[in-house]
Design a protein around this ligand. Sequence first.
Ligand SMILES: Cc1cc2nc3c(=O)[nH]c(=O)nc-3n(C[C@H](O)[C@H](O)[C@H](O)COP(=O)(O)OP(=O)(O)OC[C@H]3O[C@@H](n4cnc5c(N)ncnc54)[C@H](O)[C@@H]3O)c2cc1C
Length: 457
Amino acid sequence: MSAAFEVVVIGAGLSGLAASAALSGAGAKVLLLDSKPFVGGRAYSYEHPSLQEEIDCQHVLLGCCTNLRALCDSAGVADRIRWYDTLTFLQPDTPTRTELSVRLLPAPMHTAVDFLRAPMLSLTDKVVVARGLMEFVGGYPAADTESFATWLKRTGQTDRAIRHLWEPVIVGALNDTFEHCSTKYAGQVFHESFLKSAKGGRLGIPTLPLSQFYSFVAEQCVRQGTELRLQQAVNGLTKQHDGWHVQTTEGSFNTPHVVLATPFQQTNALAPQLGVPIDTFRNAPICTVHLWFDREITDLDHAVLLDTGIQWIFHKSRIRRWPADRGSYVELTISASFAQLHQTREAILASALRELQLFFPAAADAKLMKSGILKDARATFSVAPGMDAYRPAQATGEAGLFLAGDWTQTGWPSTMEGAVRGGLLAAEAVTASAGAPQRFLQPDLPPTGLMKLLSRQ
Ligand SMILES: Cc1cc2nc3c(=O)[nH]c(=O)nc-3n(C[C@H](O)[C@H](O)[C@H](O)COP(=O)(O)OP(=O)(O)OC[C@H]3O[C@@H](n4cnc5c(N)ncnc54)[C@H](O)[C@@H]3O)c2cc1C
């Protein structure tokens, strides 16, 4: 299609990048603006001045993230994602590992063999987990009214099943406590990634620092004709009789279509007339601890750490295939890190090192060369019960004004896939309003094996 319309996309996070890639690919003249000096938004990396390293907070994706994967594919960066078929769960002070791998069995049985063998759960735990999972075999609730805390109680989950399975998976994926996660999105995580197909649950980890990784997507937008302007903040948006007047730190211009791909706070500041209920949205933090050791402390690329404050270890030097003699660069991730927001960096570091040694005794002998701590207070928004009603559609009541972002109605929680979906849905709404409707959203992965009969989703 050759579209003759112009669009200004505000925000070069994943949502704005996805919208720009779709629209410029469809022939629209796109101007993409961001206040920051890099693309990627919250999925960013930056050169840390005192550490002299480019650091980011590790972001992972899953095989079921069809829209994010398609975006990476078309930008030519898909081969910079390392895919894993096994999740390793470690308990402190014991060398026993639980490994959940995808097997060559028809879904939903593909993880059943490892689940039945898992030493981290007792037989009673496995029975209640299996009974609980049965609720998500067919799909997940359409309504987001029930909290996952209520679901855990209703289905009689044991304390160990909660600590060793539900918590690492759901708090890791939805980044809040069970009271602030709805059963709908918790069920979606299990249905799409554990049950529907083996491919859906594969874990993908970018092997490049995130801004480098997503600069491939920005370059593709530019190749398609998008004009990208970084360090240009938009500070005013005024409706005119035939479009919008955009005021930026570098000047102003008029445009018929605007996609606001900004978080809800900035969206509300620029378009208060939309009445985004910002006080209803709840941000949840993520804290990451970055450690550089003089030698390798484990042969694992990543693992879930049970019964501690740290949820995941990402062994970034191995994921990025650094030579072993460069030592270990590890990142420890603490999701829903409300407590750490108020702790000093020294306290967080001391506790993380103490916990790390419970799992990897070699860390006690290794020399810590340097360390850094990142706290992101607004990492995600919480898909608490009832939030769906407050997430706006991409088309607004204002002609020519569209919303994107992980917090809009995407059908997904606050994730990179959700952000990309929001951007693509906004792009679809723009083309429809310009009289040249296009579809950009990718279909979900199809169910495989027995799930072809069982899945309604
Ligand atoms: C520490 C951390 C870990 C995470 N881990 C994962 C993970 O493992 N997997 C996963 O899927 N998701 C993860 N997420 C969530 C994921 O990063 C977000 O859901 C996603 O990146 C949101 O993208 P977005 O485009 O909707 O918003 P943003 O990334 O917030 O993009 C908005 C952009 O708008 C720009 N902007 C704002 N105001 C203006 C203005 N006035 N003018 C111009 N530009 C403006 C901002 O600079 C920003 O670039 C994580 C997030 C964090 C912070």
